[in-house]
Write a protein that binds this ligand. Structure first.
Ligand code: SF4
Length: 318
């Protein structure tokens, strides 16, 4: 299915310490695309065969015309996905107006308790509001409907089992996505080197997370990690899909600020294949390599090429 990522807003009321969009939000925060501009893009892309829209930001629900834009997308027969910090959905009226237009929903949840989540979002009360939003969604949709998305840091790594436990026990949750930390474009090493979790620690913990999710009949996926570092969890990697969405966002061009198609983020963002990947059966097929910032800071000794074919492989596990 051809899909778009539409950047609705470059503002956000949270200040997540790992935010990879900081510089773009500083550049464009004052200028969000208008409803008219977005409608024109959605109509044009629908004619080009796009069928799925992910609304992203910043925080997309901050856009003053968010509900009108979302409902227009649905009327154009797009499948709609919202990725949100959940703060506005903690208002009952907003949740009631939004939910009928959504096909999929992802909450950004970074810890199982306020002390972890709020420390990472740097906004007091954000965990509590997000839990309230989940309660509201469960009342309105009455079926498993949302996923959570967690950016892995050293702060939440020791609490991942509690987090997956918490999410998978909720009736409205379909599952969890755990994403690798990516460096901010303006600060490629500083915070990243403090918060990046070493690859050799992942496979044991991720294996436990898979068991927790399976026991509750829920899904779990891992995004942005070198496959060889995941052990048996590599089968749950979300890097393997063939088509990644096209981003439509605001950029500076000669003519001024324009909404344009741009690069594809996906799991390829800032990743590469060092020499060790040369003999790996998964390279470029089911693994998109290692983050350059990780490699530059910690080296590549934790990588171990996977032998065999993509389907029938055996590996030198990390
Ligand atoms: S060796 Fe390289 S290509 Fe192979 S799984 Fe590891 S990071 Fe990916």
């Amino acid at each position: 299915m051809k899909s778009l990522e539409l950047y609705l807003s470059y503002r956000c009321d949270q200040k997540c310490i790992f935010c990879s969009e900081k510089s773009r939000m500083q550049k464009y925060g004052h200028k969000q695309p208008s409803q008219k501009e977005l409608l024109a893009i959605m109509i044009g892309k629908r004619k080009e065969g796009y069928e799925h829209i992910t609304f992203v930001g910043g925080e997309p629900t901050i856009h003053p015309d968010f509900i009108k834009i979302l409902s227009a997308a649905k009327r154009l027969k797009y499948k709609t996905l919202l990725i949100t910090d959940g703060q506005k959905l903690s208002q009952w009226g907003f949740a009631l107006e939004t939910l009928p237009w959504l096909d999929e929903l992802v909450f950004s949840l970074h810890g199982p308790i306020p002390e972890i989540h709020d420390a990472l979002t740097q906004r007091t009360g954000s965990f509590e509001r997000q839990m309230r939003a989940m309660d509201f969604v469960e009342k309105i949709r009455r079926e498993p409907f949302y996923f959570t998305s967690t950016v892995l840091t050293r702060l939440n790594f020791p609490h991942l089992e509690s987090l997956v436990d918490l999410v998978c026990a909720r009736p409205g949750a379909k599952g969890c996505l755990i994403s690798n930390l990516t460096p901010n474009e303006d600060d490629p090493v500083g915070l990243y080197s403090e918060q990046a979790v070493r690859l050799n620690l992942l496979s044991k913990t991720f294996s436990k997370l898979i068991n927790i999710a399976r026991n509750q009949g829920k899904n779990i996926r891992f995004l942005g990690f070198p496959a060889c570092a995941l052990g048996r969890a590599r089968e749950f990697s979300a890097d393997c899909q063939e088509d990644f969405p096209l981003d439509v966002e605001r950029m500076v061009r000669d003519s001024g600020l324009e909404l344009e198609d741009s690069r594809q983020y996906g799991p390829r963002r800032s990743r590469f294949f060092p020499a060790v990947c040369g003999s790996c059966a998964w390279a470029g097929k089911r693994c998109m390599g290692i983050l350059r910032a990780y490699y530059d800071h910690f080296g590549g000794l934790e990588l171990a090429p996977i032998e065999g074919s993509v389907l029938g492989e055996h590996s030198h596990a990390v």
